[in-house]
Design a protein around this ligand. Structure first.
Ligand SMILES: *Cc1c(COP(=O)(O)O)cnc(C)c1O
Length: 228
């Protein structure tokens, strides 16, 4: 077994254990392997070990890897998870399958205009700022439903749910409480009739607390590829 294959198994074991502890079906949580700063060969190694979904923060770097792995394009799923500036939306619309970090309507409108019609709709999540850091990205919980309705109405995009990156908390329970704020906004969207199914919460250090709070997709970098 390769080193990345080994790490992948360890991460899957953590997900299964966290789901069991939370009384959840392990199949209800997807693993997004965050390959930022790691080379295309590392992605290929993870892909050979069975991983399908990969997350990238920086548009140019991500597009480079998507192109380097073009022979695998039909099997792999590429997620853009970093902050998005409006002058960087076109390559995202043209190359990625998912975007997790939409925090304003203008970005979503540009992605909708720029998504090529021959591709399937771009799958999108809104990034919600659950702990109020003033210069953090993300829409406020209060503004999320309004933005979600507007994004859901755009062509060429499909609204899938929410993503959040709360600040690290001192312990499991404090971390879970922060994730639960995102889960509450997610429930609000569903109660309002939006057909969302994805709650993108949790990273290497806190995926257990995220799963306890209802995460359906954990974004794991360090625990899979090593320290950056
Ligand atoms: C880097 C990154 C991750 C992965 O973080 P690790 O701590 O390495 O698991 C997840 N989500 C986002 C948005 C990131 O930027």
């Amino acid at each position: 077994m390769t080193m990345i294959g080994d790490k992948l198994q360890q991460v899957h074991a953590r997900i299964v254990k966290a789901c069991t502890a939370a009384g959840r079906d392990p199949a209800s949580v997807r693993l997004l392997a965050v390959s930022k700063t790691f080379p295309a060969e590392a992605v290929r190694e993870a892909s050979l070990a069975g991983q399908i979904a990969f997350g990238e923060n920086y548009v140019q770097e991500g597009v480079g890897k998507i192109e380097a792995l073009s022979d695998e394009r039909g099997r792999l799923e590429w997620h853009c998870i970093g902050p998005l500036q409006s002058n960087k939306t076109r390559p995202v619309a043209e190359h990625f399958d998912w975007v997790h970090s939409i925090d304003r309507l203008k970005i979503a409108q540009r992605l909708a205009e720029q998504r090529p019609s021959e591709l399937p709709p771009l799958q999108v999540c809104l990034q919600v700022n659950v702990d109020g850091g003033a210069n953090k990205s993300g829409v406020t919980p209060e503004e999320t439903l309004t933005l979600a309705r507007a994004v859901a109405a755009l062509p060429r995009l499909r609204l899938r749910g929410l993503m959040a990156i709360p600040e690290p908390a001192p312990d499991f329970e404090a971390q879970r409480q922060l994730f639960l704020r995102a889960a509450a906004v997610f429930d609000q969207l569903r109660s309002a009739g939006l057909e969302v199914d994805t709650l993108s919460l949790g990273m290497s250090a806190d995926l257990e607390a995220a799963i306890a709070a209802g995460s359906t997709m954990v974004r794991v970098g360090t625990a899979m590829f090593g320290a950056r």
